[in-house]
Write a protein that binds this ligand. Structure first.
Ligand SMILES: *Cc1c(COP(=O)(O)O)cnc(C)c1O
Length: 435
């Protein structure tokens, strides 16, 4: 399989190069040259096959000969080494819980697949792969955890001092080993600026491969298809499901749409958004008008210009009508989000996180007008990651899992670092010298 840049639409590269580069040199997103068609065996056999063999069936055509099947099997198996239960919440609504991984959010899947592919490529590179990542909270935790102890790789993560939650800070700083945390005396924009400057610093990049493990990397995007298939493997209704996806940067939804084009039997998708309704407006009007993001309770979805929008256009040949046949989109307010968490807890005893609550409300509204249909939402995070919002809605805080308690007892290990480039640079040089 080859990948091309959606900007200049040329420069074909293989899976290895697209993964190592993350973004194409022209600044575009990589996209597969062909969409694979899943075999009948894969689709009909969903119930019989193991998670790893479903994962291999989906990923093999994308990886091609960049990674031998035996190694790819190990990568997929490690990526999926936790549960993906489909839980019935009410008669026609279930939740595919994607948050049983190490950092309690669905981003673990993409981050783990990426880290292990990078680890494999590092063996043949004769260079260390160093991931430099700026985080406002969640992404950095998933990336740090995924790369922890992966041979041939190291992570330098920059986060704004005092601006991440206590759980997030521990996820970034308590690992040690090949994970190096810099606590920047500034805000998230300062962290991003330092990362950008480092990428332009040729002397700093000497002898290492500096990469960003960006969320648009194909190795984070493509494996997200697997859990849609794992959801369908547990689906036992007569009709195909409606799937509601809480969406921000639209990588998750776009992976589902890709899976459907390959043959996954899905009736319809709902892109569930918060007040950041750029995609909802596009679906209503055909006009795409990116804006600044608006802060909401479901803050991992506060995106005003989703990077994967362009991939959705490509999947449907820029045909707005065709997109409308497969996807609809709604925007859910913070008030409705809180009310949904409250109602579902009161009537079903199930605790939704604010992102899943957005999807729940969107699916519920849809099903009210479509009485014969059934569906599921993607549960993208454990409610324990958003204790304040949840507690405000239901009056109690979600139960803290044992492994999170263990994490909170661990020592924070970070270096307080100035927001000025020279200070950051000398810290980075020191770290790079010792890896
Ligand atoms: C990142 C994230 C989302 C949004 O996913 P996209 O792929 O960016 O649309 C939704 N929910 C949670 C909890 C997230 O962390």
């Amino acid at each position: 399989m080859r990948y091309f840049s959606l900007k200049k639409r040329n420069a074909f590269v293989d899976f290895r190069q697209a993964t190592l580069e993350g973004q194409a040199p022209d600044g575009g997103l990589y996209f597969p040259e062909k969409i694979p068609v899943w075999s009948n065996g894969l689709i009909r056999g969903l119930r019989q096959h193991s998670k790893a063999s479903i994962g291999i069936g989906i990923m093999q055509p994308y990886v091609g000969d960049a990674i031998p099947t035996k190694e790819l099997f190990t990568i997929v198996e490690e990526t999926l080494s936790f549960d993906f239960p489909l839980r019935r919440i009410e008669e026609r609504i279930s939740s595919l819980e994607l948050f049983h991984g190490p950092t309690l959010a669905f981003k673990d899947v993409g981050a783990r697949f990426l880290s292990r592919c990078m680890g494999y490529f590092a063996q043949t590179l004769h260079q260390k792969i160093v991931v430099l990542v700026a985080t406002s909270g969640d992404t950095g935790g998933a990336v740090a955890d995924a790369f922890y102890n992966v041979p041939g790789t190291a992570v330098i993560v920059l986060y704004p001092s005092g601006k991440v939650s206590p759980v997030q800070e521990k996820q970034l700083t308590a690992l040690g080993g090949n994970i190096h945390a810099l606590e920047i005396e500034g805000d998230f924009d300062d962290c991003q600026r330092l990362v950008k400057m480092a990428f332009q610093d040729e002397a700093l990049k000497k002898n290492i491969l500096l990469t960003s493990s960006n969320s648009i990397n194909i190795s984070r995007w493509l494996p997200q298809q697997i859990y849609y298939a794992l959801g369908l493997a547990q689906w036992d209704a007569d009709s195909n499901p409606i799937i509601a996806v809480p969406s921000g940067n639209f990588g998750n939804l776009c992976a589902g749409l890709l899976a459907k084009q390959s043959g996954l039997p899905v009736e319809h998708f709902i892109a569930a958004c918060n007040a950041n309704e750029v995609f909802t407006s596009y679906m209503n009007t055909g006009q795409y008008c990116p804006t600044d993001s608006i802060p909401t309770l479901s803050n991992a979805m506060d995106v005003g210009n989703p990077s994967n929008f362009i991939r959705i256009l490509e999947l449907f040949n820029n045909n707005w009508q065709a997109i409308k046949e497969t996807v609809s989109s709604v925007s859910i307010t913070d008030a409705a989000t809180t009310a949904t968490i409250q109602k579902v807890h009161a009537s079903k005893g199930y605790i939704l996180d604010p992102h899943a609550a957005v999807a729940y409300k969107a699916l519920q509204d849809h099903l009210e007008n479509n009485e014969t249909q059934k569906g599921f939402i993607l549960g993208t995070a454990d409610p324990v990651k958003f204790p304040d919002v949840v507690e405000q809605a239901i009056g109690i805080s979600p139960v803290v899992p044992e492994r999170l308690k263990k994490l909170m007892k661990k020592q924070k290990n970070s270096q307080l670092t100035s927001w000025e480039y020279p200070a950051f640079r000398s810290r980075a040089v020191e770290i790079l010298k010792n890896i």
